[in-house]
Ligand binder design. Structure first.
Ligand code: URA
Length: 433
């Protein structure tokens, strides 16, 4: 391992055998964390060639078992996001697309830095299990069409280890590491096609569109190099998506959307754009646009919400918490933040809002920290909205006044109000098909 760290530090490319050694060592825990961390930092600084990225991805996917879904007839599709704030889209998307007749085996992650993680959000529902073995996943895919689960010691275990270390060593922003992390999980799912949501803006891994687009190209190119059909959408993460940030709060957002609430227009737009592509790639619609229309119908009819209830029940979750948002966890202390003057909300910085959510207790500041599922923010106003002086911009939820104070410190710098309305900006910025 020492030689491999030195090779990467000096900018040399690894051979496939060397990458397999590293992936196996990460999965087995046979190399100390400090050596893996040093190697991650060397990759972060020196990068990798496309063939190295392809081989690392393959090696990480092979570090454990792969799901064998051949017994399921319907096309198997998934989406993955590079991570954002308020980005609980997966919670609504998996049941919605399953209702359209596709199978969605969705292996998700935990919160990373200031961004939330699907598994953490799901665990806000009482009883819901995300630690499922391959033998438990298959029957759920058969009966519900979708299952949401985490990495285990058998599925993509190398990524589980490397993901944790990256979060703790400032090595998240490395295109080859992001690509291998995301795609190794997706390869282990035995998919027919994948749709990626590459976020751009203050709350994203890469803030400027050029670098985010490079990442999207790297993801699509590597996926295709591995024989996986893949499309990437670049979507805005300048402000949080939707009206809620926090674990239980984002469950509420998914429920409201699937019940036909159209107030979170940006969330709905991204949901239908990603879902439309999935339905199209899965052969259930002639075009992505037709796919989006089909999904809108499934929301209107109530069928998509019913499918979410079935998904939650199949994983042991308490569906009464979906039907009645008052039963979801909600932190005891709350604080409303009032607009200091009138005007248009012209900035709502996603990264700062995400950091506020972490400080409120919705995310982890250390690997060991436990979460407060009821913590987070309800965003009463979004960019472009007009506010009167004293009107509530957002409500913060946390366990106690100390948490609220910490969250407020971040949120106070997250917004700007100006006399002129900001120019409207698109949410879906580009599609790499
Ligand atoms: N999502 C992942 O699964 N991995 C990353 O590295 C970033 C986002």
């Amino acid at each position: 391992m020492l030689e491999l760290i030195a090779d990467k530090r000096d900018g040399r490319a690894h051979s496939p055998e060397e990458l397999r050694f590293i992936a196996r060592a990460a999965a087995a825990g046979s190399v100390p964390d400090y050596q893996l961390s040093a190697w991650l930092m060397a990759v972060c600084c020196r990068g990798m060639t496309r063939p190295e990225t392809v081989e690392l991805t393959r090696a990480m996917a092979s570090s454990g078992r792969r799901l064998n879904l051949r017994a399921l007839r319907a096309p198997k599709l998934d989406k993955h996001s590079t991570g954002g704030v308020g980005d609980g889209i997966s919670l609504a998307l998996a049941p919605l697309v399953a209702e359209a007749g596709l199978v969605v085996p969705m292996m998700s992650g935990r919160g990373l830095g200031h961004t939330g993680g699907t598994l953490d959000k799901l665990e806000a529902i009482r009883g819901l299990r995300v630690r499922l073995s391959p033998a438990e996943i298959l029957p759920r895919l058969r009966s519900v069409g979708a299952c949401m689960f985490g990495q285990t010691s058998s599925l993509a275990p190398a990524d589980r280890k490397l993901y944790q270390l990256r979060d703790a060593t400032a090595t998240i922003q490395s295109p080859p590491l992001v690509v291998a992390s995301i795609l190794s999980k997706k390869l282990a799912e035995d998919l027919d096609a994948l749709v990626l949501d590459v976020k751009v803006g203050s709350g994203a891994i890469f803030q400027d569109q050029r670098r985010a687009e490079e990442l999207a190209r790297e993801l699509v190119g590597t996926a295709r190099g591995l024989g996986l059909r893949c499309v990437a959408l670049l979507t805005a993460m300048e402000q949080p998506l939707g009206r809620y940030v926090g674990n239980a709060l984002e469950i509420r957002q998914a429920v409201e959307i699937l019940q036909g609430d159209r107030r979170s227009a940006d969330y709905l737009e991204v949901l239908l754009a990603l879902g439309g592509w999935m339905v199209h790639l899965g052969g259930k619609a002639k075009s992505p646009r037709d796919g989006s229309r089909l999904l809108e119908g499934l929301i209107r009819s109530g069928r998509a919400y019913e499918r979410l209830r079935r998904l939650v029940a199949a994983q042991g979750g308490d569906v009464r918490q979906l039907d009645d948002a008052g039963r979801l966890p909600r932190s005891r202390a709350r604080l409303s933040v009032a607009a200091p003057r009138r005007g248009y909300l012209s900035r709502l910085d996603a990264r700062l809002v995400g950091e506020a959510a972490v400080r409120l207790g919705a995310g982890r500041q250390t690997m060991e920290e436990s979460l407060d599922y009821g913590a987070g923010l309800v965003l009463e106003k979004k960019v472009g909205d007009y506010v009167r002086r004293g009107e509530t911009l957002a409500t913060l939820y946390g366990a106690d006044s100390a948490r609220l104070k910490q969250g407020l410190e971040r949120f106070a710098g997250a917004f700007s109000i100006s006399a002129r309305a900001p120019a409207a900006r698109p949410v879906v910025l580009k599609t790499l098909a």
